[in-house]
Design a binder for this molecule. Structure first.
Ligand SMILES: [Zn+2]
Length: 272
């Protein structure tokens, strides 16, 4: 796990865009959304890293190799463990104001103690299952913009998956959909909050039409994806009510499972 270049898979998607992939099933095989996609955007004077991964292997040296002498800005798309556990390698990290309190303190990963992947879990055990935060947490809100030099990145607040989930829209018409939209196992808030998820999806669909977005860059599994992902996902979520009687309890996630792993989407709807 010490060798970062083996741990992460790096691909250049465009002259100014890299994806850094990490397999989160290494932490626990119950997670099927491999890989996690972290993105690195390069402007003329600054670079932006979206998410810091599972904290299993240093990501900072990998990023520094790619950004040359640019200033680095680090963002969390939201504060679930797979997106934030590398935060403490960086001096400061930006996050949506609704979730700043979560990454301002040590992050408890003790629920992984029983993982069958003992060797990997030893890395967390060595930190007593409490992963230290970045020294400084800064916040952003909807519509805030980061200017990287010749490339601007705008924050789109898309609550649902979590209260402070955000997507990113660039001035070159890329849309990064974070954990709001990807093909795979989707984690949703409880049943009564599902309309909020649909609102966020509608917001993204409208942006795609207005800004003539061609490709989506999700934070898990296949990337890039076509715009149809958003439509497929909206249809599938709209159908959850019709399938509610088929739900199964999935205790590890304290969720109701709707759908099967063989489908485009399998949903885990929070019980509480
Ligand atoms: Zn995730």
């Amino acid at each position: 796990m010490a060798n970062s270049t083996q741990h992460f898979e790096i691909s250049k998607l465009k002259e100014y865009l890299y994806v850094i992939k990490e397999n989160i099933s290494l932490v626990h095989p119950i997670y099927t959304n491999d890989p996690l996609n972290m993105y690195l955007l390069l402007g003329e004077h600054s670079a932006l890293l979206l998410d810091t991964g599972c904290g299993l292997s240093p990501i900072k040296p990998v990023v520094e190799d790619l950004i040359a002498d640019r200033e680095l800005i680090v963002l969390n798309s939201h504060t679930h463990w797979d997106h934030i556990l590398g935060n403490n390698e960086f001096g400061e990290v930006f996050v949506h104001e609704e979730e700043a309190h979560i990454v301002s303190q040590s992050y408890d990963v003790s629920y992984f103690q029983d993982s069958p992947n003992k060797k990997v879990i030893q890395i967390y055990a060595n930190q007593n299952f409490l992963i230290t935060p970045a020294p400084v947490i800064k916040t952003f809100k909807d519509q805030d913009e980061f200017d990287l030099g010749g490339l601007k990145v705008k924050i789109i607040h898309c609550p649902g998956h979590s209260p402070g989930s955000v997507c990113l829209l660039t001035s070159k018409n890329e849309l990064f959909t974070s954990d709001v939209a990807y093909y795979g196992d989707l984690f949703l808030p409880n049943r009564v909050e599902i309309p909020q998820v649909l609102n966020s999806l509608n917001k993204l669909i409208n942006i795609c039409k207005k800004e003539n977005i061609k490709k989506l860059y999700p934070s898990h599994r296949k990337t890039p994806c076509e715009i149809g992902l958003l439509i497929d996902l909206r249809n599938a979520i709209n159908n959850i009510e019709n399938r509610w009687d088929t739900k199964k309890s999935f205790d590890f996630f304290q969720s109701w499972q709707i759908g099967e792993i063989t489908e485009k989407f399998r949903f885990f709807v929070a019980k509480y």
